[in-house]
Design a protein around this ligand. Sequence first.
Ligand code: SF4
Length: 583
Amino acid sequence: MAARPPKSKKRPQDTEIGAIHKSWRGRVRFALVYPNRYHVGMSNLGFQSVYRLLNTYDHVVCERAFLPEPSRKTPSIIKTVESGKRLTDTDVIAFSLSFENDYPHILSILENIGLPLQADQRSDQHPLLIAGGVASFLNPEPIAAFFDCFFIGEAEAIIPRFLEAFEPGNKRRRMLKKIASDVPGAYVPAFYEVDYHPDGTIAAFHSQKAAPPSVKRMYLKDLAQTATCSTILTPDTAFEQTHLVEVARGCPHGCRFCAAGYIYRPPRFRPISALTEDIDQGISQTDRIGLVGAAVSDLPGLSDLCGQYLDQDLRISFSSLRADGLSPQLLSVLKHSDAKTATIAPDAGSERMRKVINKGITEDAILAAVDNLVAHGIPNLKLYFMIGLPTETNDDVEAIIHLSKRIKHRFLKASRAQNRIGDITISLNCFVPKPFTPFQWVAMAETGDLKKKIAKIKNELKKVPNLRVHSDIPRWAYIQALFSRGDRRVADILSLAHTHKGNWARTLKVVSVNPDFYVLRERDLDEHLPWDFLDQGIKKSYLQTEYRRATSAKPSPTCRVDTCQICGICNQPSDDRGQRSEV
Ligand code: SF4
């Protein structure tokens, strides 16, 4: 038997390039916390960008902290990565929240560092606890009880005003009043109250004098103003030693299930000159570049940008490529980069369902993309599908099976010509209705239903060679829906789950708040929703129209930023406080 290699004593952060080290003396001290493990947080470009942005201010020091790696020993107190300081020694603890299923980790971290869990139990001596990130700015209410303040919108558009208003050592309540009134995009839950109808739905949302009645989402109008690219390179992430560069924010296609496609409107692209600069900076440290965005293939000039680097020994990858956006130049870049796997997201199996979700991609386009990818030497494919979508019938579930088989057939034919047969991986995801999308009113499919559909698809495809099916766990999708669509009362469920050490089955059996009320209930179109006090700029009437179009399988056009005002985002006038949501 071969001897085991000695365990490495290196911590992940020992292999980092680019971490920022500053003295704490005389500076405003931030701990930026990702409520998951190091390798997950460090894959998140938003997390890295906020870290970089805060540290560009001379009077600020920002250090990172993560959920500890699992260990049989009692976990030690979480400290910052850069200088090993306690989080309670900072002025601000800022959580970056991208995924609702990380919410239970927030309470574990607060307990670990010895901070009272509820915001109203903390005193002037404690650091301010703030949260930002897409999950919390979609709907902060389920975790409102634990935070002093949320950033609603893009950090670059809020942080400068926050730093102007924030004075360490000031009385907590006075400080929060100033933040609520002076910082556009800041939501301070303590200054709001909610009234409920006897049936449990929301009757009204009241703000105190210090706070605006609705909180405007803030966004950066011109992405050229900021360098959104990796600050730190590390081998301990999913994008090992890859310099990530953001190419776009938002997406013009308006897929009706996708929250990011709505709350990052209008779609914006970074100029090619700024991207070239960021890529060149990355090349000085690594040969791997990752282009990130919800709509990378829509970037004007993408092929030419990548073409500049074809004569260099560089591996360029893309976070998303639409099946109908694969130009010959992009395919050459993928080939040149020695890409082993390409991802296509048909999202639904039937043409009808792709119209319901406004995917805007035909089956012919999907099959042509398969041919092209294999012909350009990419051996493996990954396909994303969703189950439990609104209006889904058995025929739509069957259509996922049939389309997967047709893709396999085309894949095989194209692979034979290359003398190489790779694998197809199907990823089945449970649809979770999200706030600020046209599906915010629909009921989520029952867990048992989703399980049956997953089992049916897996069973039908299990005999297909070189094809594997992975699926997410419907029970976790249910919890995600609870955190996405809940109101303030969901904090009680989260607290109880924490007391029960993460035992959700036990928690959901005994909790006094009914989780099905949030997850499985269809809402009336005129119901006051828990997130309605946030002004994301999208008109509710537009989402209602899109919902009606979805139920009759009518597609809608993509964004035309220069000419259109249909959803309410573009060319917004100032509000009655003279504030605009764009910076
Ligand atoms: S106003 Fe029109 S172009 Fe602007 S984000 Fe809305 S749909 Fe897109």
